[in-house]
Write a protein that binds this ligand. Structure first.
Ligand SMILES: N[C@@H](CCC(=O)N[C@@H](CS)C(=O)NCC(=O)O)C(=O)O
Length: 253
């Protein structure tokens, strides 16, 4: 983060889609200030900017309201030698297709699965997850509105034990797809021979179920968790795709 930065990243700190945008900014060494909000209260800011969800990136060139648009913008304007999208059109298409699959499937199912196990009705767990780095007033708002917020989020994301079980199967399918693309446990990337938006998106969106040690939301990620949840975390960490994402956190985050 940098006080002179002209880029503002609007987030819910714990969101894995926000982690995707944050990682891209950090990796491309683009200065920014992050402004985090409590869920639901974030809408006061995103609505003013013409959007709904987070992340939103405000830049001198415009406002970007989707993590993929953010990555495209950052990559196109990067002054660093590194890039998130290959120049070869066929490889770029592959990266974009994988990114879309991870965004639309992995991210959505991990969120539902995570909310089920973290106990949407557990006020303390939710305070820790939702209030990180948020303005004081929103934290006070959380204390008053928590029961209603928890009901809204449960309904909007269809959180239930049955759906969490379905989501876990979907997550495992994506892990298998990733595994089938990987040739080696110790090196290599999903597309071509360098780190791309496909790798970054997979690791960032898988982080809540793998809980990498150097993840930014360490308080939330390292806290004692439901034993059933821990079992799944340990199982997925041992898969080839899980080890791969953890390696990306170690080597590229
Ligand atoms: N396609 C969007 C999805 C982002 C997303 O789902 N963000 C969630 C947080 S995990 C959110 O803001 N939910 C609240 C809302 O939609 O108002 C992206 O990639 O940026």
């Amino acid at each position: 983060m940098n006080q002179l930065a002209t880029n503002r990243l609007i987030t819910i700190a714990v969101s894995h889609y926000c982690e995707k945008a944050r990682w891209a900014l950090d990796w491309l060494k683009i200065p920014y200030i992050e402004e985090s909000h409590v869920p639901i209260f974030h809408r006061f800011t995103t609505r003013r900017l013409g959007g709904k969800s987070v992340p939103v990136l405000i830049t001198p060139a415009g406002v970007f309201k989707d993590s993929t648009d953010i990555l495209h913008h950052l990559d196109a304007n990067s002054q660093a030698q590194k890039h998130l999208y290959p120049t070869d059109p066929a490889l770029r298409k592959e990266v974009e297709q994988l990114e879309e699959l991870f965004d639309s499937k992995l991210g959505v199912h991990i969120r539902l699965w995570g909310y089920h196990y973290r106990g949407l009705s557990d006020r303390e767990a939710m305070r820790e997850m939702w209030c990180e780095d948020a303005p004081k007033l929103e934290k006070v708002g959380f204390d008053f509105a928590f029961p209603l917020m928890s009901r809204i989020v449960r309904r909007v994301y269809n959180v239930s034990a049955d759906n969490a079980a379905i989501s876990l199967q979907e997550i495992k399918q994506v892990f298998e797809l990733v595994e089938n693309r990987l040739t080696d446990d110790k090196q290599g990337y999903l597309v071509g021979d360098s780190f791309s938006a496909a790798d970054l998106t997979f690791a960032a969106l898988a982080a809540p179920i793998l809980r990498p040690k150097n993840h930014r939301n360490t308080k939330f990620l390292l806290k004692k968790i439901d034993p059933q949840m821990a079992e799944i975390v340990l199982e997925l960490r041992q898969t080839k795709a899980g080890k791969y994402a953890l390696r990306l956190y170690r080597e590229h985050r």
